[in-house]
Design a binder for this molecule. Sequence first.
Ligand code: TXA
Ligand code: MG
Length: 318
Amino acid sequence: MSDIAWAAQLLRNGKLVAFPTETVYGLGADATRSEAVQKIFAAKGRPPTNPLIAHVANADIARRYCTVWPEEARRLAQRFWPGPLTIVLPKSPDIANEVSAGKSTVGLRVPNHPVALRLLEAFDGPVAAPSANRSNHVSPTTAVHVQQELGDRVDLILDGGPCDVGIESTVLDLSLPIPKILRPGGVTREHIEAIIGPVDLFSGAVSTTTAAASPGQHARHYSPATPAFRFGKHERAPVMSRSKTQRAAYMVFDSGNYPATVIIMPQEPSQYAHDLYARLRELDARKLDAIYIEMPPDEPKWLAVRDRLIRATEILPR
Ligand code: TXA
Ligand code: MG
C-alpha cells in the first residue's frame, strides 16, 4: 500500500494524519465524524470554541459541504484554488459540529500541495485540519516540526518537504452581507478585491502598538515559548539597552551593531513569511532570555506577516 493510500485508510478509521500543505502542515481527521474531530482538539490542546478548516480536493466537492455557493465563492475558487484562501460559508449538516465549533458556518479550502491533494482525492471527503502544532504555538512548516510538536499524538506524518508559503491561509467570511477577511494570509486583500470588489478587514491585528484580538482567538497566538518582543526602527536604542544584561537574539532587517545573535530577515513579504516560523523555532530552541523582532512597515503588503508578529510578540515594556 502507498503512503497516501495508508493515510487515507487511517482517516477512514477515525485516526489523525498530519500532512503538508503549501501554507503550513495540517493535523487532519475525517470532518464528517465527531469522534475523529474531537481527537484533533485533544492532540492540540485546542479550545473547543475555535473552529477548524475543512480541506477538500476541489471546488465541486467544497460545494457539497455548504448550503449556498454564491457567485463570489465560484469566482474566488476559480481564481485562487488550489491555494491559500479559506472561504467561510453556511455549513451542510454532513460537517461535524465540532469542526465549526458549534457555529452554523464552515471554512473550506483546497490546498495547493501535491501530497495534500493526493490524500484528499484518495480519502474522497472533507478533512478537518488545523495547523499541526500544540495550541497557540508556532505553526509547523516541516515534518520534523510536526514531530517535535505532536510526537505520538499523531498516527502518521506525511513528509512533503518545507512549506512554500510558510504562514496560514487567508480566511474570508462569505456568510456575511459584506465579505470580511477574518485572518490575513497568503492571498491578499488586494487579490480578493480584484475579483469580488470591496471586502471588510477584521481590524484587531493591524497596529504595532495595540494588542491583537480576533473572534475566537486569543491575542497571543503563533508564539514561541521564549519571551518575544516587537519593536519599531526608532526603538532600537531601548532594545539595545534592555538586552545588554540578557541572552537575547534579534530578527531585524539590516545588520547594525547588535550585542548578540542577529538574524537578518528578507525585505520581501512572501520571502519573510516563508522563513518566519522556522526562524522563530530556531531561536526558541536556544532557550534565550528574549527575542527582539523589528516590525516591517505598516503597509498592505506586510499585513499578514505583521498580524503573525503581533500575535507572536508583546510590546516592548517601557
Ligand atoms: O493555512 C491554513 O489555513 C492551515 C492549513 C493546515 O490549511 N490551517 C490553519 O488552521 O491555519 P487553524 O485551525 O490553525 O486556523 C483556522 C482559522 C482559525 O483562525 C479559525 O478561527 C478560522 O480559521 N475559522 C475556521 N472555520 C471558521 C468559521 N466557520 N468561521 C470563522 N472562522 C473560522
Ligand atoms: Mg493554527
